[in-house]
Write a new protein. Structure first.
Lengths: 116, 111
């Protein structure tokens, strides 16, 4: 247990479904991240939130919609996904601020998504 | 942020020191070197970071060359559980982190 909890751990959905991934942290961090990791590929940064405000969107398709209602919770809403979106989705959090600790990310265990 | 270059893969015998190199020849003065690792199908785990001095914690040691163009992560007594992909990242500290991982080095600790 790292302090960052992701649910569900596994999700299977059809291309017409709408589902959401949830991430929760109680580490007192103010930055939260979504990453995608496809099979045998490096992690891809998707979104970054600082103090609930989105500060990075790495050209992610609109079928992925993030939501950050507060600094402790982050969601990734999924709709009309494609089979190639099947991947491990990782959430992370970190402190915010202009110090080296701001780049010390704590990751959750991930949500493995399969799109049929 | 400076580009880093790491070997694609390395092997290490169990119980021996694992020395993982990283090249960051274009690093600037305000960029730190961070190391993470990812054990199969888990989220990455932070290991250590440094600016110019050598650093040590309970997991590893980080040796940064005097010119800061390269660094080495040292796992002093590698175990089978250290088998993972190790990522070296050069990153300045600023607001709105765009923390990008490369392909890393796949370390295999052999019995």
């Amino acid at each position: 247990e790292t302090g960052v909890t992701q649910t569900p751990r596994h999700l299977v959905m059809g291309m017409t479904n709408k589902k959401s991934l949830k991430c929760e942290q109680h580490l007192g961090h103010n930055a939260m991240y979504w990453y995608k990791q496809s099979a045998k590929k490096p992690l891809e940064l998707m979104f970054v939130y600082n103090f609930k405000e989105q500060t990075e969107n790495n050209s992610v398709p609109s079928r992925f919609s993030p939501e950050c209602p507060n600094s402790s919770h982050l969601f990734l809403h999924l709709h009309t996904l494609q089979p190639e979106d099947s991947a491990l989705y990782l959430c992370a959090s970190s402190p915010s601020g202009a110090n080296s600790g701001a780049n010390v990310l704590t990751f959750g265990a991930g949500s493995r998504l399969t799109v049929l | 942020d400076a580009k880093t270059t790491q070997p694609t893969s390395m092997d290490c015998a169990e119980g021996r020191a694992a020395n993982l190199p990283c090249n960051h020849s274009t690093i600037s003065g305000n960029e730190y070197v961070y190391w993470y690792r990812q054990i199969h199908s888990q989220g990455p785990q932070y290991i250590i970071h440094g600016l110019k001095n050598n650093e040590t914690n309970e997991m590893a040691s980080l040796i940064i060359t005097e010119d800061r163009k390269s660094s080495t992560l040292i796992l002093p007594h590698a175990t089978l559980r250290d088998t993972a992909v190790y990522y070296c990242i050069a990153k300045r500290v600023d607001y709105g982190q765009n923390f990008v991982f490369g392909p890393g080095t796949r370390l295999s600790v052999l019995p």
